[in-house]
Structure formats: C-alpha cells, structure tokens
Design a protein around this ligand. Sequence first.
Ligand code: CMC
Length: 437
Amino acid sequence: MGGSNRPESAGKMAKAVLGEESIELPIVVGTEGERAIDIGQLRNRTGYITLDDGYANTGSCKSAITFIDGERGILRYRGYPIEELAERSRFTEVAYLLIEGHLPTHEEEARFSRLLTENELLHEDMRFHFEGFPSTGHPMAILSSIINAQSCFYPELLLPDKQENFEIMAARLMSQVRTVAAYAYRKSRGLPFIYPNPDFKYSENLLHMMFSLPYKPYDLKEEVIKALDLIFLLHADHEQNCSTSTVRMVASSGANLFACVAAGVCALWGPLHGGANQAVLEMLNEIHRSGDDGSNFIEMVKDPANKQRLMGFGHRVYKNFDPRAKIIKAQSDRLLAALNLSDPLLDVAQRLEEKALSDPYFVDRKLYPNVDFYSGIMMRAIGIPVAMFTVMFAIGRMPGWIAHYKEILDSSKSRIDRPRQIYVGERERHYVPRDQR
Ligand code: CMC
C-alpha cells in the first residue's frame, strides 16, 4: 500500500456471505469519503479471490497524491483544484507539489530549479545511443529505451538504499527526459543536437532544444511557452491510470526509478491511453480529408461490429466532462487567436463534439471529451509534430510517476504487487512424444 496514512477505516464492516460461510471485511474510507471493502483477508479465510476485469472496481493502493471525482468532473493534485493550478501555477512548481506533497517556498523552489538545471545534460556517451535508431523509429520507443539505458550511467540507482539519492535522481529524470525527447525529434529530422540552455526555464528549454537551428535561435513566444507549460501541468498526474499503475507495479518489485518510468512510458504509448492524442489528430485529419462533416464517422463508431472508436472521447473514471479538456479547449482557442491561426481540424473537432454530445449512444454511456480531444490541436498550433504528441504527455506525466514511485519508496508497508487469476486452461494432461501426436 502507498504512502498516506490519512484515509482511515470507518470502523464499519461489510459482510460477505459465501454459501454456508460468511466473513466480515473492514470498510476503508478515504479523506473525500470514497469507500472500499478491504479484502486483504478474503482468500486466507475463505479460499475465494475477487475477479475484476480491467480493475474497474479495484483499489490497488491508498495514495495521497491525486484525487478524482469522475461523476462531478473534479481533479485535484495534493488537494489543489486543477483549475486553480492551471490558472496560477506552472509545471515545475506543480511537479514539486506532486513529488514533495506541498507547494515550494522560495528556497525550495530555487533548490529544485538548480537541481533541474545542473542535471539537464545527458551523459555524453548517451548521444551515440541515438545513432542506433532508424530515423523513422517512433519517439516513444526511443524515449523508453533511453530512459532505461540511463540506469547504466548512474550505478547509484542500483544501490539498495534508493532513498539516499532520490532527490538528485528525480531531478535528473525530470530534466533529462526533456533532453531525450528533443534529441529523439532532432534525430528523426536529421538535425544536429542542441544542448539545453541553463538560462531557459523548463518548457522554453524544450522548445529551444527541439526547434533552434545552429544559425537561427528559435523565436520563443510567450504564449507558446505558456501553452506548452499548461499541457505539461494538466498531464502531471492522474492517479491509478494504466501507466502510473505500471510504474507502481514495477516499483513494488524494488526496481530502480529509471526502469520503472521506462515501463510507464511503454504503457502510456498505447492508443487507448497516452497514444490517444496522436490517434485523435490522425482521426481528425482523416475525417477532414474525406470531406465527411463527422456524421458518417459518428455512425461508424456506434456500430458494435466496428472496432473504431471516437478517439479523445470517453474515460474510465470521468462520467462527466474531463476538467482538463475544458481548460485545454479554452487555452487552444486563446493560442490560435494569439498566433492568428485558424485550424480546419478544430472545426472538425467542434462538429464531432457537438454531434456526439447530442447523440443518445454517447449520452447514455456518459462519454465526454477527454484531455486528448483538444490537446493535439494545441500541440499542432505550437508546431509539435504528431509523432511527438505522446512524448509530450510522457514529459508532463513524469512528476506523477516520480511521486508514485516515491510513495512506494517511503511506505513501510509496501509489498510486491502480485495479482491472482482464475485459471481457465487445460486440466492436467501428460506429455505425448512428437511421433504419437
Ligand atoms: N467511442 C465509441 N464508443 C466508446 C468510446 C469511444 N471513444 N469509449 C467507450 N465507448 C463505448 C464502448 O464501446 C462500450 O460500449 P458498450 O457498452 O455498448 O459495449 C462503452 O462505451 C463502455 O466502454 P469501455 O470500453 O467499457 O470503457 P472503458 O472505461 O474500458 O474505456 C477508454 C475507457 C478511455 C479506454 C475508452 O473510452 C476509449 O477507448 N476511448 C478512446 C481512446 C481515448 O480517448 N483514450 C484516452 C483516455 S484519456 C487520457 C488517458 O488517460 O490516457
């Protein structure tokens, strides 16, 4: 179980009746009143386990990092509403908040910022690793491979006392993931690598490393930096999603921070998770190219025989508007106006949203736009290529993954994650030599 000791048992018990037997199970209540039945003793005492496909009803841990109320569209980092943080904070401050649990003082912020700057350079030998990838390689594959390979350069990661170097390792990972992302992009374009500039803040440094040319520094526009920083901030954590649960699961085995996060990057890549932002843009492009006003596409995704989904719609937890989607939509409108851009894909997205929100298929299933529906439009306006969209999500999610890793590291009670299963395969049978099969 992860770090917090705040959620307390209400002292109430639930009763499970299993044929002739019954068992009382403690009820656990979180600080926001969410209730769970603690089944820790279920198998020992009854021989039963629970079966929960996709974990939709399973709390895998207690956590004090992020709170979501999917019915009411609420998202809070360490208690602070996402709307307030989006309005008043910035990505690195939110990263500190998530990892350390409180908003930094001046001194804490200065120290964190110094650690990010001091650790922004990759080991020089890492540059050669990029040469082994084809220029067409997906940047998420490069990102996860390079993050994992970094463990080789920091042997202290493998020491048993992982707490000792945690602060430096966390700063190193957060800072260098940006450098790796920029290098992956430069490699795909056959461009020379640009070193980070210590005078730049987090998000502007990424834009500089991605887009500056040796003969022409990138024109860093305030509204573009702000928009990118907001994308990172909105993606910084989202409790037990697929990639974060992956990070926690790998961490539960005692693996090092870089290995855990590399696994998280792989989980994030899938189109049902972080890869959805790329899939949304591809979908919008395809609809635009075909001349469809969105109606045909909506009919197609409603057909149960068709595997295609309306990408950027629906969420396991939100059964109402994803609060991040509202913020991103407003910010992308502002960004397009500030840059004096119009994007036909934005019109397609708006038409699709309108149609879906008034269609009983989506209404009955409580399917609303999620964070990925408009984030691609904003990234496109910034000039980020589609293949890099999920990498941006990964950079944003880094503090969340680090915070969850730390929660496990700091917990005195953590056990290796090891679910059970219900076996439905062959019963015992015996080996038959090949000539008798
Ligand atoms: N388009 C069409 N139908 C959908 C969609 C969609 N986007 N999402 C869910 N449904 C239908 C689904 O077919 C099912 O219908 P039925 O009850 O008739 O079988 C019903 O809604 C429930 O779907 P589910 O697959 O059981 O829901 P889930 O909680 O397992 O999946 C999801 C959540 C996000 C994977 C899913 O909504 C989806 O595939 N969305 C599109 C991909 C996407 O945008 N992913 C980004 C998620 S937000 C960012 C992140 O956290 O990574």
